[in-house]
Design a protein around this ligand. Structure first.
Ligand code: SF4
Length: 713
């Protein structure tokens, strides 16, 4: 073949001068991070494919990863460090050198520490997540307990529910289960490698039950789809528990020995007959009973929770506790094919090998010796269960200075559209005395920063990466960092040298710190660099049913149907997994529901979006060019709304205009809107304090709204 045709086909060979370099995509969550084959010519990426040899993704890429070239070469990239040169929000900046940026940041933070209180500086990690442990350690050693991250609206409440019920989080053993109960998770959009595993198991006869208010792609594969009204998960779980207990399908040996508060719980569950549960959830009673029997009688069965949807309700944490107790009732805990307790190896990924991760992020002195973390007063259960400050309370404390001011913020990838009431977020950012934001793109949050630092993408840096299977790799940069951007890790470790922390370990740089963390595993950065396709890390054999010897790590040593932690620190919330309707629902606010008769559910994932990050990519934005709401034909037709019409979505707080997407996925009575559209920010429709009282998670997925055709056409 002649060179011109080879070049046109972007074939890697001597004639074209194109070579393939390997890296990972880190646009979405750390459980995925698919392998990338990057075709490089003259230092530039000319083509992107999935890496066949990558043991987690096996050559697959989703639409976001396929658009990697557009992500890397986006015109929105921040090119050089900048300082504000105008009003906050005006977007006027002046380019400065890295030296000036580092010096300014170090001088301000060191002065705050010397003259006032280091606690008045908060540290925040949004996207990407891979730098969390480094920022957490930096914050603690600098002297602030106010390290927080975007898990204050994602994952952490689910984690809290597991901690309250079981003492720790347990992962579904999908590869060995015969029945998988997927509760409002849609891995076909959010975790494609995991979705592949589920579909493979399905072909081998695994039963699949899916709980989801939409006909999501995974729900379309289910034996039983429980299509509940948003925010009624707790009533559904209690209804299933009612069937399991009444019909004697529970694991009596396990329950007698290992459940705390079973008598009160089973008494409470008596009130949730399938008929009652149907009335609350909208799921037919026969289906509730059928799902309960299938889950309880198929052994082993695993429970796959979602990180966010169930806890994005004002009753979310208790709902999740109720659902998790199905695992305990059936004894499917820490058994092969059930849900397994696995230590988090690095970040929030359990990879089956020992590290010094927990030691690395432990503060140098007890947290109680610092001033109270963000959210201490409002969310005492959170404070009992986690070391993080509550990021959801960052804005409130900046605005009110109560119990003390937050003046400085060092953020990485902060998104102004991650909390309800975006205007409130912007007001808080404006109030800060000093705000540093590091990001790949010049986002709306950057516009309010005093200093903006340019981070590079995953393909321009080195990174240690671990996967749930135990697969690990250390990436090399496929191209040089564009412009003057740098790896976030390099930025953090340079700041660690210059800030007054007294932490000798962080002064030694990224790779030294990784070696320190990995030391118990026997792996080293140098060793991993020699394995460009990665390796399977030596695994610590899993010991099933460890609780039989050690009990559960809860106050009672048992699975807690009645939580001793809630009973002690927030008894008003209810020690049992009590069901209450969402705060803004027809049941809780019947008068308001006359004016706002529909349920607004925000933030359900779409395959091409990841929060606000991929709107800027032409391939991605062409898939759905305008902000849109998914609504059912049953809701659209009576209002004269046709496909593509402009509609107004109203809540008691505000209104936005979007296009109508009439979808078979949507449930009658529910309006589904993706969050973070730059032109139609659905978070402006939600009050800042519309929160779950235990976790502080926003009620993103159930509130009241109305829709109408725009312009009265
Ligand atoms: S965005 Fe897509 S390609 Fe990238 S890591 Fe996630 S699933 Fe993989």
């Amino acid at each position: 073949m002649d060179a011109e045709r080879l070049l046109k086909g972007k074939i890697a060979c001597d004639e074209t001068g194109i070579e393939i370099k390997r890296s990972i995509c880190s646009i979405c969550n750390p459980g995925s991070h698919c392998g990338l084959d990057l075709y490089i010519k003259d230092g530039e990426i000319v083509k992107v494919e999935g890496t066949l040899e990558h043991k987690n993704s096996g050559g697959t890429l989703c639409s976001k990863g396929a658009a990697t070239r557009q992500y890397v070469y986006s015109p929105d990239r921040i090119k050089r460090p900048m300082k504000r040169d105008g009003e906050k929000g005006a977007g006027k900046f002046k380019e400065i050198s890295w030296e000036e940026a580092y010096q300014t940041i170090a001088e301000r933070f060191n002065r705050l520490k010397k003259e006032e209180f280091p606690e008045e500086a908060a540290f925040f990690v949004g996207y990407e997540k891979w730098i969390r442990p480094f920022v957490q350690r930096l914050a603690y050693y600098y002297g602030s307990p106010n390290y927080c991250n975007e898990s204050c609206t994602c994952f952490k409440a689910m984690y809290m529910a597991w901690k309250l019920d079981f003492g720790e989080l347990a992962q579904p053993d999908v590869g060995n289960t015969n029945c998988l109960l997927v509760w409002s998770s849609n891995p076909l959009y959010t975790n494609t490698p995991q979705a592949q595993m589920i579909l493979d198991r399905r072909e081998n006869g695994m039963k699949l039950i899916v709980v989801d208010p939409r006909i999501s792609p995974i729900a379309a594969h289910a034996d039983i789809h429980l299509m509940l009204k948003p925010g009624t998960d707790g009533a559904l779980a209690l209804g299933m528990a009612n069937v399991i207990i009444n019909e004697g399908l529970y694991d009596k040996g396990f329950v007698e020995k290992h459940l705390h508060g079973f008598a009160e719980y089973s008494e409470y569950v008596r009130g949730f007959t399938p008929e009652t549960a149907e009335g609350i959830t909208g799921v037919p009673r026969e289906k509730i009973a059928e799902a309960a029997r299938l889950y309880a009688c198929t052994k082993p069965a695993a429970f796959m929770p979602s990180a966010s949807p169930v806890v994005h309700h004002t009753n979310g944490l208790q709902n999740y506790r109720a659902a998790l107790l199905l695992v305990a009732l059936t004894g499917n805990i820490d058994v092969k094919g059930g849900n397994l307790f696995k230590d988090m190896t690095w970040l929030e990924v359990p990879s089956g090998f020992p590290t010094r991760f927990q030691e690395y992020i432990t503060p140098p002195r007890p947290l109680a010796e610092y001033r109270p973390r963000l959210g201490s007063r409002e969310f005492p259960v959170w404070m009992e269960l986690t070391n993080d400050a509550h990021g959801g309370m960052l804005r409130r404390q900046i605005m009110t200075k109560d119990p003390y001011p937050i003046k400085y913020l060092m953020a990485f990838g902060l998104n102004v559209r991650m909390w309800p009431d975006t205007c409130y977020t912007i007001e808080a950012l404006k109030k800060l005395e000093f705000f540093v934001n590091t990001d790949i793109f010049l986002t709306d949050a950057c516009r309010y920063a005093d200093i903006v630092l340019p981070a590079c993408t995953s393909v321009e840096r080195s990174e240690f990466k671990n996967y749930p299977s135990g697969y690990v790799l250390y990436t090399s940069p496929a191209i040089e960092p564009l412009y003057e951007s740098k790896s976030d890790a390099d930025i953090i470790f340079e700041l660690a040298k210059r800030l007054d922390t007294g932490d000798d370990l962080m002064k030694k740089g990224y790779e030294y710190n990784l070696d320190w963390v990995l030391e118990p595993s026997g792996m080293t950065v140098e060793g991993l660099k020699k394995e460009p396709f990665g390796i399977m890390a030596p695994q610590t054999p899993h010991k099933y049913k460890r609780y039989e010897e050690e009990g559960f790590p809860t106050p009672s040593g048992k699975v807690e149907c009645a939580s001793e932690v809630i009973g002690r620190v927030q008894p008003s919330a209810g020690a049992l997994p009590v069901y209450k309707p969402p705060g803004l629902s027809r049941e809780a606010q019947p008068e308001l529901a006359k004016e706002y008769p529909l349920v607004l559910n925000t933030g359900s994932r779409m395959p091409m979006y990841l929060h606000s990050r991929t709107f800027r990519l032409p391939w991605i934005s062409s898939i759905r060019p305008a902000p849109a709401a998914d609504i059912s034909r049953d809701d659209a037709s009576p209002l004269g709304i046709s496909q593509g019409d402009e509609i107004i979505i109203k809540t008691p707080k505000a209104q936005i205009k979007v296009r109508a997407n009439i979808s078979e996925m949507a449930q009658k009575g529910v309006v589904f809107v993706y969050h973070s559209y730059p032109g139609a920010d659905v978070n402006t429709l939600i009050e800042a304090d519309y929160l779950d009282p235990i976790s502080g998670f926003p009620g993103f997925k159930s509130l009241l709204c109305s829709i109408e055709k725009a312009g009265g056409q």
